[in-house]
Design a protein around this ligand. Structure first.
Ligand SMILES: [Zn+2]
Length: 1002
């Protein structure tokens, strides 16, 4: 099925007539609305195009007056000469136009051969040229020639050699130059991910494009430029030289030529869908040529190296992986012996970990390249710290030819049905059984490699091999082999996935941060971590926010979240940029690339502290740009005499701060401003040296620099001025925030309370307070950075304040502001009570203290009643000690409040126990009488009161009778003898009295 055809990247054999370049262009196809997914593409595009091509060939052949079959043959033969990419879905008219101009077919449409096709030469090691198919790794440098560099080569058949204009196109298309280049790098990183290929970017010296294969230190092995070739409707999107063109093309050297005309609009290289997959696929396709790969057919959207660019799938397919691994091995290329085993590390420490490795490969059996047998082995090593059950599985990958498959040559043939073709996208195809190219076997050996512990190898080609083994602690070697059965048509190389399952532990994902690269200081530098990072466990994903970056190379992942990010470097040097990805199982993986920053401008912007005390050695923090290369104190110079620089510079990750240095000011150094210079010849195209005028100032040390010379503030609340300029750092920092240059102030508390001390400065400062006037003052009561210090103070106490620079270290004048919240204390009121009030609110005596408990307030005099009923004035304590009874606050003796002794009060017929003072006014005609003792009961005539002595005149007399009767007639209750005065007297009472009267008094 033909799907996703977007451009043809072909071998262009045509002879370009420069004079025809301005020929009228046919109407471009309408690219808008094309969706680059398999389901959205019809299956007929390839067949339509083939039909159009066939018609066009015939038309051209007739036009040129030659026999069509011979012309066709010539055209097909010419195809194998150069590389170019073309837009797909060309109309017959457009193809005819191309043929008219070039006398050639869109290249590649007739490329013959099995899936994955390679030129006869490939890179090896440090970019030397070797016979293709060796499965050995290579390290390639790459560079981007600046705009204006003469670019393009006639070897392509496209005789355009023009000033490169790629930079401008990338800036316009991607927003910044490095972002555009990073998409190029990301596309090339496809090969780093799967093959034994590493890349390092180098500067480009601007030499015109050459076909040289020799490494030049001043430019990349692979150079990537671009020139305007015209509309991609019938001009190539790009072409790329092979490592060393021999069988297919004379183009050599691996350089890339991108058609910058194809960035226009939002189609072709300007298409943005799938994160610019069309562009990335095209770049990856072109670089595939640069690695020795040539076009594969049919055009069914399964292989990046098909002659058409598609956006329906991402980058390399299995066949492309097989092709590049045939030339360069897998990403662990070189692990062909025990000693070179790829070490997976400790799988039990720090935590249990399994290993899943996908897209590995073995390069067949019995293959000899350059006289060397291509190894059939992959070796791995792992270590266990504890006994574990370990399962090893090697599973061949790649398409399998279903039983009974036959090939028609149609692009609708199933995936394995590929191979030779007659022309275009159809032809005579064969079967490539990629899953059975070899027959895998595996062995587990001990650390010496001498003893085979377990093995699996009996399954037929195309089947997984697996064993499970309980293993003790130790180091083990694992060997994966191709044990033969190679069918040449299957192309030797066998891809496989490897799983080492330790217990039930999960395997981590794979991170890939791009390629080692160059960055230009002061320009946005882009990082892409989400194009190639992958979760390995089935079902696991890498959530979009699970990327973390260390962009300044200081070992700390300062940025959490995005899969793509950017930063701006301001300092030359190399930065180990690390990407960490965390999959949905919480497992992590890291990848580090080296970013080399060039072109920075050296500057100094500040020194902290800027004021340096005479006679002091002051640690300073120097800020600026391009300081990463400062490795010696000698690179920093302070103008004038008397100031020298000591210490070992410690530069922060971004090269913007130097710590670790101190400025030594001689006691006799002249005061005043000094300029500071930095020398930084880092060889990375820097503005290497810089001088900043008046960066530091030499001043006298403040008088209160030391504790013993603390400024005496008295007991006011300020504000008090101070300056830390030129001060030294006191020993024994009281807390982490108070550790810089400092001065001292002493203050006496005028009252007990809570003191709030605040600094008012233009810089961040720290303050410590001590409850002592001694030096050194011992532990601080409190420390604070920027915020106020709040401490309890006792009236009359002396407190030390230490004002220090904060972590920034800048010295400056400032003000100390104090606020005293005076504490409430015990207050004795005039009435002897105690309450908690502030001193100003105490109307009595302020005793102080936080509570009234235990406070003995002086008590006022009050009435004190003696038992005898007398009253004197005394305080409650004295009254109590005299045996009296205090009558309470405010009580007085006049009138006498004291209870009097009781006595029998005899009035008439009654006897009542009353205080003597109450025994008065007994009633009409009855005189007051008093007597002591208890009363006799009512009706009883003898006792305290003698009833017969009614008038209380003493003894029984006749007068008592008259007195009684007088009272009886008056109805006095005193005459009510029987009820002892409780009722109106009755006649009975008269008899009662007379009876008592006759009885007389004792
Ligand atoms: Zn191509």
């Amino acid at each position: 099925m033909t799907r996703g055809l977007k451009a043809v990247c072909g071998l262009w054999a045509g002879l370009w007539a420069a004079g025809l370049a301005a020929a009228q262009a046919p109407t471009p196809p309408d690219w808008s609305g094309k969706v680059c997914t398999p389901s959205a593409e019809s299956g007929g595009a390839g067949r339509d195009m083939q039909a159009a091509l066939d018609s066009a060939i015939d038309a051209i052949a007739r036009e040129r007056g030659v026999e069509p079959a011979r012309k066709r043959s010539l055209l097909l033969a010419a195809l194998a000469r150069s590389q170019a990419c073309y837009a797909s879905d060309l109309t017959e008219e457009q193809i005819v136009e191309i043929l008219r101009r070039t006398s050639a077919l869109p290249p590649g449409l007739d490329a013959r051969g099995l899936r994955f096709e390679t030129e006869t030469r490939a890179w090896l090691g440090e970019a030397t040229i070797t016979e293709a198919g060796s499965g050995r790794g290579a390290r390639l440098t790459y560079s981007f020639p600046a705009d204006g560099t003469s670019w393009g080569s006639a070897c392509s058949g496209i005789n355009f050699i023009l000033p490169s204009a790629l930079d401008a196109s990338l800036v316009q298309t991607f927003g910044s130059l490095d972002r555009g280049r990073e998409y190029v790098r990301s596309a090339i990183a496809s090969y780093r991910r799967v093959a034994g290929l590493t890349y390092a970017e180098v500067p480009d010296d601007g030499t015109p494009m050459t076909l040289s294969t020799a490494r030049e230190p001043t430019r990349g092995d692979i150079r990537i430029g671009g020139i305007p070739l015209g509309s991609p409707t019938f001009q190539p999107l790009a072409y790329n030289a092979f490592p060393q063109g021999q069988s297919v093309s004379t183009c050599a050297g691996g350089d890339m030529v991108i058609n910058t005309s194809a960035f226009a609009g939002t189609s072709f290289l300007g298409a943005t869908n799938f994160d610019r997959r069309y562009f990335r696929n095209c770049i990856a396709h072109e670089h595939g040529h640069g690695l020795g790969l040539v076009h594969t057919v049919p055009c069914n959207g399964q292989k990046l190296m098909e002659p058409f660019i598609y956006a329906s799938r991402e980058l390399l397919g299995n066949d492309d992986i097989r092709g590049v691994q045939r030339n360069y091995g897998d990403r662990y290329a070189g692990n062909n012996s025990q000693n070179a085993a790829r070490d997976f590390g400790n799988l039990t420490t720090p935590s249990l970990r399994s290993v899943i490795e996908r897209d590995l490969s073995i390069n067949g059996t019995g293959v000899v390249i350059n006289g060397l047998l291509v190894s059939t082995d992959d070796w791995f090593r792992f270590t266990l710290d504890s006994a574990q059950t370990v399962s090893v599985t090697v599973a061949p990958t790649g398409a399998t030819v279903p039983a009974g498959t036959t090939c028609s040559g149609s692009t609708l043939d199933p995936v394995p049905c590929v191979g030779r073709q007659a022309s275009g996208c159809t032809g005579t195809v064969g079967l490539v059984n990629a899953s059975q190219a070899g027959n895998l076997a595996t062995e587990l050996r001990d650390a010496t490699g001498l003893t085979v512990i377990d093995s699996a190898g009996s399954a037929p080609a195309g089947s997984s091999e697996t064993f499970t083994r309980a293993l003790g602690a130790g180091t083990y070697l694992l060997r994966v082999q191709d044990v033969g059965g190679t069918v040449p048509g299957n192309q030797t190389l066998q891809t496989y996935d490897l799983t080492i399952r330790v217990g039930t532990a999960l395997a981590p994902p794979v991170a890939l941060a791009g390629l080692d690269k160059l960055a230009t200081a002061g320009q946005l530098t882009t990082f892409i971590g989400n194009h190639h990072s992958r979760a390995m466990e089935p079902g696991a994903t890498i959530p979009t926010a699970n990327y973390a970056w260390d962009l300044d190379g200081n070992g700390s992942l300062e940025l959490q979240g995005p899969g793509q990010t950017q930063t701006t470097y301001v300092s030359n040097g190399t930065y180990a940029v690390t990407l960490r990805v965390t999959d949905s199982n919480g497992r992590t993986a890291r990848d580090t690339i080296i970013v080399t920053v060039r072109g920075a401008t050296t500057s100094l912007t500040s020194a902290t502290p800027a004021a340096l005390g005479r006679g002091l050695t002051t640690p300073v923090l120097i800020r600026g740009t391009n300081l990463k290369g400062v490795a010696s104190a000698s690179q920093i110079v302070v103008a004038g005499s008397g100031v020298s620089v000591t210490g070992t510079p410690v530069v922060n990750g971004m090269g913007t701060e130097i710590s670790g240095l101190s400025l030594v000011v001689a006691p006799g150094a002249a005061t005043g401003n000094r300029s500071v210079s930095v020398s930084n010849a880092d060889g990375l195209n820097a503005g290497a040296n810089a001088t900043a005028g008046q960066l530091v100032t030499v001043v006298d040390r403040p008088a209160n620099d030391e504790c013993v010379a603390a400024t005496q503030l008295g007991s006011g609340l300020g504000p008090y001025a101070y300056t830390t300029e030129g001060s030294s750092v006191s020993a024994a920092a009281p807390c982490p925030s108070v550790a810089g240059s400092d001065v001292w102030l002493a203050w006496t508390a005028p009252a007990t309370g809570t003191l709030t001390a605040t600094l008012q400065t233009d810089f961040g400062f720290a303050l410590a307070a001590y409850a002592s006037a001694a030096c050194p003052p011992g532990a601080a009561l409190a420390c604070a950075e920027s915020g106020p210090v709040i401490i309890p103070v006792q009236s009359g106490g002396v407190y030390l304040f230490r004002v220090a620079t904060d972590a920034e270290g800048q010295t400056a004048p400032g003000l100390l502001l104090l606020s005293l919240s005076i504490a409430p204390g015990a207050c004795c009121a005039a009435d002897g009570s105690c309450s908690l009030v502030v001193p100003a609110s105490c109307t009595g005596t302020f005793v102080g203290g936080a509570t009234c408990s235990g406070v003995a307030c002086p008590q006022p005099a009050q009435a004190c009643c003696a038992a005898a009923g007398s009253c004197t004035l005394a305080d409650s304590a004295a009254c109590a000690s005299s045996g009296g009874t205090a009558q309470g606050p405010g009580s007085v003796c006049s009138p006498n409040p004291c209870p009097q002794p009781s006595a029998a009060c005899c009035r008439g017929s009654t006897c009542e126990v009353l205080a003597p003072s109450l025994c008065v006014s007994p009633g009409p005609g009855i005189g007051a009488l008093t007597a002591s003792g208890a009363c006799n009961p009512p009706g009883v005539s003898v006792g305290a009161c003698c009833l017969a002595d009614f008038d209380k005149a003493g003894g029984r007399t006749v007068g008592d009778i008259f007195a009684y009767l007088s009272a009886w007639f008056a109805g006095s209750s005193y005459a009510s003898i029987q009820s002892n005065g409780a009722a109106t007297p009755t006649v009975g009472d008269i008899f009662g009295f007379l009876s008592a009267w006759f009885a007389g008094c004792p």
